[in-house]
Design a protein around this ligand. Structure first.
Ligand SMILES: Nc1ncnc2c1ncn2[C@@H]1O[C@H](COP(=O)(O)OP(=O)(O)OP(=O)(O)O)[C@@H](O)[C@H]1O
Ligand SMILES: [Mg+2]
Length: 367
């Protein structure tokens, strides 16, 4: 899939920007704080209606303005699409594909997939399980609309159950519905575990060779899925997962009522990353951490390719500046095929290959 053109109006620090991109490598150069990351964020938004660094859409609208528009022409599956996002302060956003309003963000991922790697992604290795769950959820949601639906439902159930557990002493009648919530959460939870297990299994095959190449054959990466303790095989059929989840709920029922918190379910899942048998979170060096995070993202990119038959658009924010020569050339070799956007601060001639170079200065974009 290729983002052929992009137009931004009042998006972040852009007033108006328009660009025709190369189907190969697009290098986005500029000094600090000029709008390079904002541009990648704009491309990513058209694939997911989400930003990796904004919690609310209103943060994406230019200061002092009431709306922002994004528009991209995308070529995917042999067809042409015009994707649009219209953001208004205090109103619901509108997403359109070829002029038709979309019901959900998931429909954007049916057209365009992006994989973003940015400096914050080091937290994928270093931070708590929530970051890794987010990585899994983002990846699976883009590929499997059914998962996105299940995840949204699980979150709603989780909030409602949390409310029951929080308020039951004051309002004991709330407990009448607890069993219903538990059953539904176990059913939806089983769906989440099923998808996560398969996704991790495939990542486990794709990521280690990348890490190994990256480190000149020295580093062995291993991934492992950690979920609810009663689940013996996360790849088991949903019926078995359901029983195991309900068993866990039963044994934690009392503890949940006392703690007034939801303690049972896949909302605590983790993806353990090990390098040479040691927890990467605790022991990896800075370089290993960066490499492992990048290996996960590039593995994800290959997985998307296997699934959709097309390379997702790769967005690399500030990766090269942090890597030594050998690792830089490894990244560049690894990403042939597919469209790539790379930001960089200095003019790096190496990147000039068969692609385009753009200059960003104070929210204006020139080729
Ligand atoms: N909603 C907004 N309205 C106007 N300006 C904004 C908005 N959000 C962010 N900015 C500004 O956009 C500028 C550029 O941000 P961006 O993160 O794209 O910089 P960058 O070119 O990636 O810089 P660096 O090289 O430091 O990463 C920042 O100075 C920021 O204050
Ligand atoms: Mg930046």
């Amino acid at each position: 899939m290729i983002v052929k053109t992009l137009e931004l109006d009042f998006f972040r620090n852009y007033i108006h920007a328009a660009a025709d991109f190369s189907p190969g490598v697009n290098v986005i150069c500029g000094e600090n704080a000029q709008g390079k990351t904002n541009l990648l964020e704009g491309v990513a938004y058209l694939s997911s209606a989400r930003s990796h660094r904004a919690r609310y859409d209103r943060e994406l609208i230019r200061f002092g303005v009431d709306y922002a528009f994004l528009k991209g022409e995308v070529s995917a599956r042999g067809r042409e699409f015009t994707l649009e996002a219209k953001l208004h302060r205090g109103e619901r956003r509108q997403l359109l594909s070829n002029g038709v309003k979309l019901k959900s963000a998931a429909e954007l991922s049916q057209v365009l997939n992006t994989i973003l790697f940015c400096p914050e992604d080091l937290s994928l290795i270093r931070a708590g399980a929530a970051e890794r769950r987010r990585f899994l959820d983002d990846g699976i949601c883009q590929l499997r609309p059914r998962y996105a639906g299940a995840l949204a439902e699980y979150r709603r159930l989780y909030e409602q159950k949390t409310r029951i557990l929080r308020d039951w002493e004051e309002k004991p009648s709330l407990l009448d519905t607890l069993d219903d919530f538990n059953l539904r959460m176990a059913q939806v939870g089983a769906v989440l575990i099923h998808y996560r297990a398969h996704f991790i299994k495939r990542l486990s095959a794709l990521a280690p060779p990348i890490q190994s190449n990256f480190s000149g054959g020295r580093e062995k990466l291993e991934l492992r899925y950690e979920t609810v303790s009663t689940v013996s095989d996360p790849e088991a059929p949903a019926k078995i997962l359901l029983e195991e989840l309900m068993e866990h709920q039963q044994s934690h029922r009392r503890a949940e009522l006392e703690a007034r918190q939801c303690l049972s379910g896949p909302h605590k899942d983790d993806l353990t990353v090990e390098i040479d048998g040691q927890s990467a979170r605790q022991f990896a060096s800075q370089g290993q951490t960066r490499t492992a995070a990048l290996s996960l993202k590039l593995a994800c990119r290959e997985l998307f390719r296997e699934d959709t038959g097309e390379w997702p658009v790769l967005l690399l924010d500030d990766v090269l500046s942090e890597l030594d020569q050998r690792r830089q050339s490894f990244v560049l070799e690894r990403i042939t095929g597919g469209q790539v956007f790379i930001t960089c601060c200095e003019d790096d001639k190496k990147l000039a290959r068969d692609g385009k170079r753009f200059q960003v200065r104070g929210g204006t974009l020139t080729e």
